[in-house]
Design a protein around this ligand. Structure first.
Ligand code: GLN
Length: 534
């Protein structure tokens, strides 16, 4: 552990939302870690939710789960993949969590009769969370969600301004990510919105040390001079970040600018020569035109926001690239498979394999079961992720003649609940925090496909679910053509099932996608891609 004080890098955004603050923060982390520093990342989000578990995945994208079971924003997935590091609850802070803490402290009398206020009490509480998350790291990078000037994120901005005074300005650096629009008619990159945004940030008491300027294409050099003059930031502290074909290129683009040097100098960091060899490999792989390709059908519920399945896509891409293969994703609307007349062969035509990802609620479940039934019968490779395991178990039971097999989530009163609530959870299904979340051990059966993929006897994977395989039916699995090839250490919970005499039907109760990395294919996805190639 480092004895030097933790240095803080704050990343704010201006002009527009969605310009890539998260990727910028993660990329800065990547190039600093490549210099031998220990780095943590944290996202501060202005939502009043206490965590991301209750946010709508359609609007907000995937809920990413950390090893300690925190339900967080999808940006944490980027952070983990760019840092190749497992994060914890402390890396995700939403307004709701801090407000709840302050109000609980007030009720508990901890403020000893003081007037409890946004400033200094709420802002101090935010700083406490930030300082705590940064403990033990050389550099702690904090991304502030939203756009500067939003009413919602004002207390976070004020908190990071005050934090500069609390820990010393020499230990803090502020990065502002702006967007430069391009006017097609006059063929000009415009800097005015960026200037306004920097002025807005200054008005809130923060002068950015670094500007990261996002744009569609690389602007001409004079744009940097103009930004420098009007925004008061040195030219070498301005990084141009035009659109990249792969997000994994962003660290390398930033590496080619001077900002790592600006950061090291300003924060007086003791850095080594950057080692980006492995990362360059990742980018090279991502940019190679591969001769082989697989088409993977994603049997899903949300068809209009790919962010909902972000980590699944990343894991598929990573595994495909590791097999020198290009991957095409084919969206299959699970609901459309439900009708009696739905033609499975036609709907899944052209797919070399299918994935049934995680999900909640009843919509599209019958369609997912039918897809799994089809895969069991035809040998089409199948990868089930959490809900995908549950649907595969129901499918196997139904194929074996248990026509009323169902899950408690889909049909609570069904005769054969092959998927049901785990012991002790009955009656709490609707309340937050009752799920099995985060890391759990899983024992792999000798000689199983799962064991041959992982090449280990015990694995640790992340969970997020309420329902489990009903143990009353486990002794029937063989006769349904499946087996439980991974179970909890006490044998009580089914963690992985696989098809017997099936080329590749593997499904897990956990979410392997969260532990996949761009620089390391995950065994489950690797196995699935290999099977789909065959
Ligand atoms: N809805 C299912 C459950 O709660 C599956 C959850 C998931 O896929 N993450 O168990």
């Amino acid at each position: 552990m480092s004895k030097r004080p933790t240095k803080f890098v704050f990343v704010t955004g201006g002009v527009l939302s969605g310009v890539g603050k998260g990727i910028t923060a993660a990329s800065i982390g990547n190039i600093l870690k490549a210099r031998g520093l220990t780095v943590n990342l944290q996202k501060c989000d202005p939502y009043l939710n206490v965590d991301a578990g209750t946010l709508n995945p359609r609007e907000h994208g995937e809920c990413f789960v950390t090893k300690d079971g925190a339900e967080t924003d999808l940006d944490l997935g980027h952070y983990e993949r760019f840092l190749d590091q497992e994060l914890t609850q402390s890396s995700s802070l939403m307004s709701g969590r801090v407000l709840l803490k302050v109000i609980q402290d007030e009720r508990a009398g901890k403020y000893e009769g003081e007037d409890v206020q946004i400033i200094p009490h709420l802002t101090a509480a935010i700083q406490d969370y930030i300082i705590e998350a940064g403990k033990g790291f050389d550099v702690h990078i904090v991304e502030i969600g939203g756009t500067v000037g939003d009413y919602e994120s004002l207390s976070f901005i004020e908190a990071i301004r005050e934090l500069g005074l609390r820990v010393g300005l020499e230990n803090c650096l502020y990065v502002h990510v702006v967007y430069l629009p391009f006017l097609g008619t006059s063929k000009e990159t415009k800097t005015k919105p960026a200037q306004n945004s920097v002025r807005e940030l200054r008005g809130l008491g923060i002068s950015p040390n670094i500007l990261v300027a996002r744009s569609e294409q690389m602007p001409v050099e004079s744009v940097r001079q103009k930004l420098s003059l009007f925004c008061g930031v040195e030219p070498k502290a301005i990084a141009m970040l035009p659109n990249a074909p792969s997000i994994y290129e962003v660290p390398l683009t930033l590496e080619d600018t001077d900002i790592a040097e600006v950061i090291s100098e300003k924060l007086d960091l003791k850095v080594k020569k950057p080692d980006l060899k492995a990362w360059r490999e990742v980018v090279k792989r991502a940019k190679t035109k591969h001769k082989r390709s697989v088409t993977v059908g994603i049997v899903a519920k949300y068809m209009d926001n790919q962010d909902t399945y972000m980590s699944v896509f990343e894991a598929l891409k990573s595994a495909a690239l590791w097999n020198d293969t290009a991957v095409t994703l084919k969206w299959i609307d699970a609901e459309k498979l439900e009708g009696k007349k739905a033609d499975m062969a036609k709907a899944l035509k052209g797919c070399d394999g299918i994935v049934v990802p995680g999900g909640f609620g009843t919509r599209g479940l019958e369609g997912k079961i039918k897809a799994a039934q089809y895969s069991l019968k035809t040998g089409l490779p199948y990868l089930g992720l959490c809900l995908g395991l549950q649907m595969a178990v129901i499918a196997a039971a139904r194929n074996a003649g248990i026509t009323e097999a169902s899950s408690k989530e889909l049909k609570p009163g069904a005769k054969d609940l092959v998927i049901t609530t785990m012991d002790g959870q009955e009656g709490k299904e609707m309340t937050g925090g009752t799920m099995r979340l985060g890391d759990y051990d899983c024992k792999l059966q000798k000689g199983s496909i799962a064991q041959s993929l992982y090449k280990q006897d015990t694995i640790v994977e992340r969970h997020r679910h309420r329902y489990e395989c009903n143990n009353d039916y486990r002794d029937q699995y063989e006769s349904w053509g499946i087996r439980a090839s991974g179970v909890s250490p006490d044998g009580n919970l089914v963690e992985i099932i696989e098809g017997i005499n099936h080329p590749f039907l593997v499904a897990s109760q956990f979410h392997p996608e969260f532990k996949s990395r761009p620089n390391r294919a995950h065994p489950m996805f690797d196995g699935f891609i290999k099977a789909s190639l065959r």
